[in-house]
Design a protein around this ligand. Structure first.
Ligand code: AMP
Length: 279
């Protein structure tokens, strides 16, 4: 497995693969990889001849008050995980390689303004821009994204349709710790007490899912029950709890499939997200 830092090196390698008729999968990440990322890489390895993992903490998707500087980084450990999962190449550029004098950004309306977009107004423009650039650099046949970031997956699917990228987008299920907490690079920010408190996200979502699967059709009742369960946890501060249409991300009055029920909750200073999907 190679680790490369320049766009040129990625292009040369991918062109050589394509001349041999090989298919290419891309797994975009911000590094500090865990089992959640690994599940995406392993799926990509199964479905493609070669897999590129991008490992880049993308500055344009962080607002100045967010955790860009402190975001955890460990390229050695990432390389070991990628090699173990069967990836062929890690693209680990510096910010200058990706953004010298950039004046062009990819922006999207409506579905980037709700849920996480309300508290993170520039976030999805940064995501769409970096993912478009990665699509142009790697030219993959397929790209893999986790349902953990369900709004991101929805936004990327829409961007691919709107901008005619000839790339199949594959969504992959959420991987959790044994006690139910969704795996996340940001879980490293939690101290012992916060780590326990963070379990309220999954506990509340499980309750909500049981209600919806048990026939509760009033979306507000489900959202209220989830909210009440999270509010029992003194260290938790809710950013949002919402039930939306999985494709349009419009708020639902009736819990009709396909739906996304998503939460963002601060545990101390750490903002965690989680969700369930019913299709
Ligand atoms: P990140 O490094 O946080 O930008 O995540 C890179 C990709 O891994 C995104 O598509 C995420 O949705 C996905 N991902 C992160 N955590 C998980 C998880 N616990 N389960 C499944 N996919 C995940």
């Amino acid at each position: 497995m190679q680790i490369v830092k320049t766009i040129d090196e990625v292009r040369k390698t991918v062109k050589a693969w394509k001349r041999e008729g090989l298919t290419v999968g891309l797994v975009p990440t911000m590094g500090y990889l865990h089992e959640g990322h690994k599940s995406l890489i392993e799926r990509a390895v199964k479905e493609n001849d070669r897999v590129v993992v991008s490992d880049f903490v993308n500055p344009t998707q962080f607002a100045p008050n967010e955790d860009f500087e402190s975001y955890p980084r460990d390229i050695q450990a990432d390389a070991a995980l990628c090699a173990d999962a069967g990836a062929s190449l890690i693209f680990n550029p510096e910010a200058d390689e990706m953004y010298t004098d950039a004046l062009t950004f990819v922006d999207m309306n409506k579905i980037t303004k709700v849920l996480c977009g309300k508290t993170r107004p520039i976030h999805f423009s940064g995501v769409c821009t970096v993912v478009s650039k990665l699509f142009n650099i790697v030219t993959p046949d397929r790209a893999y994204f986790g349902e953990k970031d369900a709004q991101q997956l929805c936004v990327i699917r829409k961007m691919v349709r709107d901008l005619n990228f000839d790339i199949e987008i594959v969504g992959c299920p959420i991987i959790r710790e044994a006690d139910g907490l969704a795996k996340s690079s940001r879980n490293t920010y939690l101290n012992e007490e916060e780590r326990k408190a963070a379990l309220c996200l999954n506990r509340a979502l499980k309750l909500g899912r049981e209600m919806a699967e048990g026939g509760e059709t009033d979306a507000e009742k489900v959202v209220n029950a989830i909210t009440a369960e999270i509010e029992k946890e003194p260290l938790a501060k809710i950013d949002y709890v919402e039930m939306v249409d999985l494709n349009t991300l419009e708020m639902l009055k009736t819990a009709e499939k396909p739906l996304l029920c998503a939460v963002a909750v601060y545990i101390g200073k750490t903002r965690l997200i989680d969700n369930f999907i019913m299709e």
